[in-house]
Each structure stands twice: as C-alpha cells, then as structure tokens.
Design a protein around this ligand. Structure first.
Ligand SMILES: [Zn+2]
Length: 299
C-alpha cells in the first residue's frame, strides 16, 4: 500500500492538536483499532510532538487518544447514526463540542474529571481506555472525520447529566457553577423566571460589548489565526505561546492550557468575572452598569 501522505500529514496535525490539549496519544496499527505493541493507556504513551511525528508522519499508524488522564477527556460513542441523531434532537443540539464521524456512528468529546463510565441503548460513555480519532482509517476503509470542530466543552457531573441523561437515573436540580461557561449553562435548559430576565440582560450586554474589545481593554493582544479565530497570550497563566483563543462570532473563548483557570469554554461574563475576580452575578451587574447604563450613578 502506497503511503497516503496527505492522510499522514493530517493525522500528524491532529496528533499535535491533541497534545496541545494535554491529551496523551497512542499509535494504533494501520487500518485497525489495535494498539501498536508496547503502547496502551497503562503502558507507553506519546506526550511529545517529536515522537508523534515519528509515528504519524513516517508510518500509516492510526491515531488513538488516551481517555481520562489528568485532563479528564471523555467520549460519548454512538455506534449508529440514527441513535446519535435522536440524541441530538432530544438533548444534544445545544452542546457545541468536538464531534467526529466514525465508520457507522459518532464520537462526541467532552472534558470532565468527575464523569464516570456509562452505557445506554446505542451509545457508550467512556472515560477510560483509548479512542481512535480522525483521520484514522477504520478496518472497513472509512476515514474518521471531524464534523464539529468546536473546542471540547467542559462539563461537570451535573451538566453532563443534562446532556447525557443516561448518566443519572435522578436528574439533579440545575445550579449554575462558576466553572461552567454561561453558554453551556444556558444550553442546559429553558430559561424560566429570574433566569430568563437575567438572560435578557446578558444578551444585551453581549450585543453591546464584544469579547475582543473586552480582552483588548484588559491588555490582551489578539491576532488572527485562521478564518474566524483570534489568539493571544492567556492572562490567567504564565503564557509563553498564544494559548488563548477567541471566536468573535460566537463570543466564546478559552485557554488551551490544562489546569489554567481559563481552560475550557467561556463567554464575556466569565472573562469579566475571572479578570476582576468577581462572581458571575457581580460581573453581569458591572457590565450592565458600564455598557447598558442600567444602574444609574456609576458612570
Ligand atoms: Zn491560560
């Protein structure tokens, strides 16, 4: 079999992307989900780009990511498209996160250190082991591909149950948590009462203040990287490379450095809260004062 250079190049690039997320890799046999000898979640793993290049640029090895780990990578593995589609319609449509198409189904990736393994009809929620990722080649010849190239969403056990109800028999009460982006919180359920009123203010704040302007005002220098993404040095950790990403269109941003207080996916409100050390409620009030002029006497 002639080496497929484009595919090798693409696998090597994805390997680099996963490493930048703090995820360790394992090489799999070409056109197979089988581990290469000596490698495994509890055996040798790839944590350096140099080693990844040796495997993925110079051989036809398939690319596997190690689930769990210190970054808490989890995947919801849908074995068939209809089950995935049904889930999307019922719960998943509002979850913006990295999603890949496999030979017959889909892989939906999330971060969550506190999540546990579970299975349901048509899918398996995995927090341990290895997951083959794009653009690996399935034994059938199908090449795994990215279908949603969003940043991986960070979920708490509580928010994960909202998107994947089978993770719990007794769905918990919705409580906003500081670590969860507001975008995710809003996606978690239909706003009612006080929450709906607060959402109205949040939407108007976001219409009045762009995330890029907010970051620039905080001294973050942003530059264009790709068609729709801005990057800059993260102000929330000692950043020597641009780890901070911003999507001005969605207003979402995050830091790619695992363990950084800004790791994950956040919005404008979270930025203000983190930057000024405020609660989300106080951040909303401050932004409303500044940009909506809703609390008189401040400016
Ligand atoms: Zn950071």
């Amino acid at each position: 079999m002639a080496p497929n250079r484009a595919l090798r190049q693409a696998r090597c690039e994805r390997a680099g992307w996963w490493l930048a997320q703090g995820v360790e890799l394992v090489p799999l046999k070409p056109r197979s989900k089988e581990l290469q000898p000596g490698y495994g979640p509890r055996r040798a793993r790839i944590a350096a780009l140099e080693v990844a290049r040796q495997w993925f640029l110079k051989t036809d090895a398939n690319l596997g990511v190690v689930l769990g780990g210190r970054v808490g990578l989890a995947v919801c593995d849908w074995d068939a498209a209809p089950a995935y589609q049904a889930w999307r319609e019922a719960q998943g449509a509002t979850l913006q996160t990295l999603t890949e198409q496999t030979a017959r189904g889909y892989h939906v990736f999330v971060w969550g250190e506190s999540l546990r393994q579970a299975a349901s009809a048509g899918c398996e929620f995995k927090t341990r082991g290895v997951c083959m990722v794009s653009p690996s080649v399935h034994p059938s010849g199908v090449v795994y591909r990215l279908v949603t190239e969003a940043p991986i969403a960070r979920l708490t056990a509580e928010s994960a149950r909202r998107f994947f109800p089978f993770l719990s028999e007794a769905p918990g009460q919705h409580t906003p948590e500081a670590g969860v982006g507001l975008a995710v919180m809003r996606a978690c359920g239909k706003p009612t009462g006080a929450r709906a009123a607060k959402d109205g203010v949040v939407a108007r704040i976001k219409a009045a203040r762009s995330i890029a302007a907010e970051m620039t005002a905080a001294g973050v220098k942003l530059q264009l990287a790709g068609k729709t993404t801005l990057v800059g040095r993260c102000p929330f950790h000692d950043d020597h490379r641009p780890s901070l990403w911003v999507n001005p269109e969605s207003g979402l941003w995050g830091c790619n450095k695992p363990g950084c207080p800004a790791a994950g996916t956040h919005d404008l409100i979270n930025f203000r809260a983190l930057w000024r050390g405020l609660s989300l409620r106080a951040a909303i009030k401050q932004l409303a004062d500044e940009f909506l002029g809703e609390t008189p006497g401040k400016r």
